[in-house]
Ligand binder design. Structure first.
Ligand SMILES: Nc1ncnc2c1ncn2[C@@H]1O[C@H](COP(=O)(O)OP(=O)(O)OP(=O)(O)O)[C@@H](O)[C@H]1O
Ligand SMILES: [Mg+2]
Length: 282
């Protein structure tokens, strides 16, 4: 049972090796890479291609590790006791299962557990999950029970590098950095999303796209997801490929740039470059 990419996801050789290594080692796969390089979708595709269920835990700045295990709903219990509800006598009624618990007790085959954007959380968050992810078990104090994974889930953890992860955590993971796709891989990715798209349009768009990424001083380089949005618009507007190759297109603001450039500084940068190119051209 090996991961080899899917019809919807272009996996490079090194990515496939990493996924399969993590599965063999039974360690979490830590995936880093620029925003929009397919980290989140990777977990979905691994689950699909291996025929497993996907459980996604999206991390926010306020997420605590304990929420992934379970939470004790004291408020409901208090309310039930005031109303004289019978349920109040069994504390287990007020234990709310988290995503790890859900993954540990999944029926049948072990699922894929995606812990998405782990770097969003507090610095203590990864450390607080070390034991649980390593041993795949934890203890519930309120009910005095141990929850243990029947089958070890495949754990995929993504990070955008907003915070450094602790060494003890890194030691337990298999690491993979998704390098920004080269033009050939990108053309394959585009074909997967827009089958039959005109080759000329893709070629011109990719030229311009990689030129834009090269411009020094950009605050936010456009990535795969922006390119896909942009191409969709170019197709919808039925723009001829030549429009992307106007003689000074390299320095002019690209058509429908709102899909590619996401802040005013970058747009101004392009406008300035276009202005200078026009002056030189005169
Ligand atoms: N290798 C690939 N094959 C097919 N589609 C891809 C690939 N890489 C990226 N994409 C597409 O790019 C888009 C962004 O992917 P995704 O949301 O997984 O990025 P991400 O790395 O999780 O970004 P972020 O860090 O912002 O969460 C999706 O529409 C996805 O389908
Ligand atoms: Mg993501």
């Amino acid at each position: 049972m090996k991961f080899q990419g899917t019809e919807n996801y272009v996996a490079t050789e090194d990515l496939m090796v990493a996924v399969n290594a993590a599965i063999t080692l039974q360690r979490p796969l830590l995936v880093k890479g620029e925003p929009g390089t397919g980290k989140t979708v990777l977990a979905e595709e691994i689950a699909k291609s291996l025929g497993k269920k996907l459980i996604t835990w999206s991390i926010k700045s306020t997420t605590r590790a304990q929420q992934g295990l379970y939470e004790y709903d004291a408020v409901s219990r208090l309310r039930d006791s005031q109303l004289g509800d019978e349920r109040v006598h069994d504390i287990a009624n007020y234990i709310v299962k988290g995503k790890l618990w859900e993954a540990f007790e999944a029926e049948g085959e072990a699922p894929v557990l995606l812990i998405d954007e782990i770097d969003k959380a507090d610095i203590e968050f990864p450390n607080d999950l070390l034991q649980e992810l390593d041993r795949m078990e934890f203890f519930v104090y309120e009910t005095q029970q141990t929850v243990k994974a029947t089958n070890r889930p495949i754990v995929i953890i993504t990070s955008n590098n907003e915070k450094e992860l602790p060494d003890a955590f890194l030691r337990r993971c298999f690491f993979h950095y998704i390098r920004f796709p080269d033009a050939d891989t990108m053309a394959e990715i585009i074909e997967v999303h827009y089958p039959g798209i005109r080759k000329r349009l893709v070629a011109e768009a990719l030229n311009l796209f990689y030129d834009i990424r090269e411009v020094s001083g950009l605050k936010k380089k456009p990535s795969t997801s922006e390119l896909l949005d942009w191409l969709k618009l170019l197709m919808a507007e039925d723009l001829p490929p030549e429009a992307l190759r106007a003689k000074d297109a390299k320095t002019a603001v690209p058509p429908l740039h709102g899909a590619l450039l996401k802040n005013e500084q970058d747009v101004h940068l392009f406008e300035r470059l276009a202005f200078m190119a026009r002056r030189e051209g005169r």
